[in-house]
Every structure is written in structure tokens, then in C-alpha cells.
Design a protein around this ligand. Structure first.
Ligand code: FES
Ligand code: FE2
Length: 424
């Protein structure tokens, strides 16, 4: 007698219970079933940051990127168009590309030699007489359903339909515009290579930490002391900086109020105009002295674009979940087109903060891992997010803002997360 195999019905989560306005349930970081559901409802549906056009500047360039745990090839075809391709042969499923980056006119699958153009189209296969009909048109590499590019930042969505990239980014577009204005040519370049940091923690701990302005005073106290930096005051109880929630999961710590009080160009970068004369001259020529001065006083944004792009003043992170308890942060120094003297210092500072012996990211990584281990304890069950609820207000554009050290950004992320997870 054969035993019937009964598949249990998929567990339904009560999102309204798990995600409340001022607390979320600890299991949301550690439950493998929730992670699987996130893959479907977030990573395979919403807009996800993939890469930057400057990583594939020439026709036939390609670079290996990812959407969630899945590899994605970002390529540029001979006409300049950027494509996002799944790294999976339509024949028997082999990965067609093993290289991290390069320039070539086509990809050849190692298993049976099928050959694909840089745009993913199937160009040919060996011994074609074995197929009754020419199937090339039907059998290319899979494509990420939608590709959207804003100011060189390339996003992909695996859903055929949904909000446009512009609708998804909303107010975050202003922050990207502000970032680009720090280049005398108005463009960011991603050309300085990537470091990869893997942590044994759920991706949401990483995402939430990026605009958590409460922890720096404690977790990063050592680097603030050693470097005699002025960063500490930005995240002090007395700071005039604000947290802002843009909607759709995006949030920032807006440090400009503090920098405007200082009113010193390049103070945000810990330097002064006389140290970067070429950069300052080019900025003045590009924008006029008054606007250039304002840009250099304000500095660059500190913004988390849901679910995986973190622009952190001088560097940029892309967050990649590998499993429910493993996350990689891909980090690169931001580079501004037309600013070689500035760029050299941006690379050096990035190495000092998030490089292999860097002072900043190692401290954060330890916190992610301790949080992930901690929430596996059942008591108390909840993660508490009420800090600053009583002092939230709206800015002149109607975005919710709070003190630099408040939990406002996390509350916003969870609100958006819940709306995505509640969708069918
Ligand atoms: S699996 Fe790619 S050619 Fe056969
Ligand atoms: Fe930190």
C-alpha cells in the first residue's frame, strides 16, 4: 500500500498582527517561510536597484549583478541599450556566464554550445539539423521584465506590470538629483570597484540600520574619537538633522540642517575648499559661485532606497539577501564625473570606513549579527519602534519627518513592507 503524500497548505501570515505601528514581531527576521514570501512579493516584484550605466560604458560590456539572491547580467548592446538578463540557458538550464565582468559580443553556453547575443537573443546552436524547426526566436535568455534607469541608476522589476520607476522612487528622485549635482558634470560614476561584506543576519536588519540615526553615537563612538571627526554631533540628541520618510519604503537622514548651521563648503566631507582647488573651480564654473557654494555646504544625501540601495554620503551600498539569515553588502566609493582630485579622496575615505580594515562597517556588521541572534529568543517577542512617534511632523513637501535619532524611517519601511506582503 502506498502512503498518500499530503502537502500542508501554505501558512498564511497575519501581517496586521506581525507588523504594528510601533512594533514588529521578531520572527519576521528569522522565519524561512516569510523569507520565501519576500522573494515573491518584494524581490521578484518591486523595483530593485541593479547597477549603474557607468559600469557598462561601452557596447558589448557586461557585468554580473543580482536581484535578490539571483544573478542578473547587466549588458549594453551595440546600439547602447542596457539589458538585464537571467543567467540561465533556455536549453538545459546551465549558467551561461561565469565571469564577473567583461566585453564580448556574445555568450556561449559551455554545456552544448548554444550562442547568445549580448542582448540575450539566441543566435545559433550546434548541429541544427537535430531540431525540426528553427526555434531561435522563442529561446533567448530570460529578460528581467522591466528595466528603468534614473540618472544612470539602473533598476529592474521582474513584474510585467506595476508602478513605473518614477512612481516608485517618488521623492527619492530629488535625493539622487542632489547627489548628482555634486559632480561638475552632473553625473555619478561607479568605477572604483566593489567590496563585498557578508553578514549572518537578515537583510532587513541591514536595511533598517542604514537610516537609523540612534546607533552612531554608541556603535561608532570609537571612529568619531579616533578621527576627531565632527560626525558625532550630527547624531547627537541636540542635532538639528532630521529623519524623513518619502513613502514606498524610502527614507533618509537629512543632515543638511547641521551642515547649513556650519555654513562651510565641504565641511560635510571633513575638508575645506583650499584642499580641493580643482574641484571647487570646476563646480564654480559649472553652477556659478552661489549655487556651487550651496551644493558644497549641503553635501551628499544619506538615503535608503527600498529595498536595497543605500547612498551613504561618500559611498554606495547594494544589499543582497542570500537566505533568511545571510546578507551581502556590495559597497563602492562614489565617484563624481569630472572631479579626479575629489574622487581620489572619496576612495581613500571609503577604504578607511568600509574597507577590509575599515572602522565603520565592521561595527555595524557586529550589530546586525547580534540582533539576528537576539531575536531568535522568544521573550520578549517584539522589536520596539516607538522612538519619536510623539514628535513626528510633516515638512513643507508633506513628508513625515522626525529627529535624527528617531525610529521614523523604520516605521515607514515596515508600513510599506506590510502593504507589499499583504498583496496577493
Ligand atoms: S544547457 Fe546550455 S547549451 Fe545545453
Ligand atoms: Fe552604522
Amino acid at each position: 500500500m502506498t502512503e498518500a503524500i499530503i502537502t500542508p497548505p501554505a501558512r498564511r501570515h497575519d501581517w496586521a498582527h506581525l507588523i504594528q505601528p510601533e512594533q514588529v514581531h521578531g520572527s519576521i527576521y528569522t522565519d524561512p517561510a516569510i523569507y520565501q514570501e519576500e522573494l515573491r512579493k518584494i524581490w521578484q516584484r518591486t523595483w530593485v536597484y541593479v547597477g549603474h550605466t557607468s559600469e557598462v560604458p561601452n557596447p558589448h560590456d557586461f557585468v554580473m549583478k543580482s536581484i535578490g539572491p539571483d544573478p542578473v547580467l547587466m549588458t549594453r548592446d551595440k546600439d547602447g541599450q542596457v539589458h538585464l538578463l537571467h543567467n540561465r540557458c533556455p536549453h538545459r538550464g546551465n549558467q551561461v556566464c561565469e565571469k564577473h565582468r567583461g566585453n564580448q559580443k556574445s555568450f556561449t553556453c559551455n554545456y552544448h554550445g548554444w550562442n547568445f547575443g549580448i542582448d540575450g537573443s539566441l543566435r545559433g546552436y550546434p548541429f541544427p539539423s537535430g531540431y525540426a524547426q528553427d526555434q531561435r526566436k522563442q529561446l533567448g535568455l530570460g529578460k528581467v521584465a522591466r528595466v528603468g534607469i534614473y540618472r544612470g541608476f539602473v533598476f529592474g522589476s521582474m513584474a510585467e506590470e506595476g508602478p513605473t520607476l518614477e512612481e516608485h522612487l517618488g521623492g527619492a528622485m530629488q535625493a539622487i538629483d542632489n547627489l548628482c549635482s555634486n559632480s561638475p558634470e552632473g553625473e555619478v560614476e561607479v568605477t572604483s570597484g566593489f567590496l563585498q561584506h557578508k553578514v549572518l543576519a537578515n537583510w532587513k536588519f541591514v536595511m533598517e540600520n542604514e537610516t537609523d540615526g540612534y546607533h552612531p553615537a554608541f556603535v561608532h563612538a570609537s571612529i568619531f574619537d579616533v578621527a576627531e571627526s565632527q560626525i558625532g554631533s550630527l547624531y547627537a540628541d541636540t542635532s538639528s538633522a532630521v529623519t524623513r520618510y518619502f513613502g514606498n519604503g524610502h527614507s533618509e537622514v537629512d543632515l543638511r540642517p547641521e551642515f547649513r548651521l556650519r555654513d562651510q563648503p565641504l565641511s560635510w566631507f571633513g575638508t575645506a575648499p583650499e584642499k580641493l582647488p580643482d574641484y571647487v573651480a570646476k563646480m564654480n564654473a559649472a553652477y556659478g559661485e552661489a549655487k556651487a557654494r550651496q551644493i558644497m555646504v549641503d553635501g551628499t544625501p544619506h538615503i535608503m532606497i527600498f529595498p536595497n540601495l543605500f547612498i551613504a554620503e561618500i559611498q554606495m551600498f547594494s544589499i543582497q539577501p542570500l537566505s533568511v539569515g545571510e546578507t551581502v553588502q556590495h559597497v563602492t566609493a562614489l565617484q563624481f564625473k569630472g572631479a579626479p582630485d575629489f574622487n581620489r579622496r572619496l576612495r581613500q575615505q571609503t577604504m578607511g570606513s568600509v574597507g577590509p580594515a575599515g572602522f565603520l562597517l565592521a561595527d555595524d556588521a557586529e550589530m546586525y549579527e547580534r540582533s539576528h541572534r537576539g531575536v531568535q529568543e522568544q521573550k520578549p517577542e517584539w522589536v520596539y519602534l516607538a522612538r519619536g512617534s510623539h514628535r513626528e511632523r510633516l515638512d513643507e513637501q508633506g513628508y513625515r519627518i522626525g529627529h535624527a535619532t528617531d525610529d521614523l524611517c523604520s516605521r515607514g519601511m515596515w508600513q510599506h513592507y506590510r502593504s507589499l506582503m499583504e498583496a496577493v
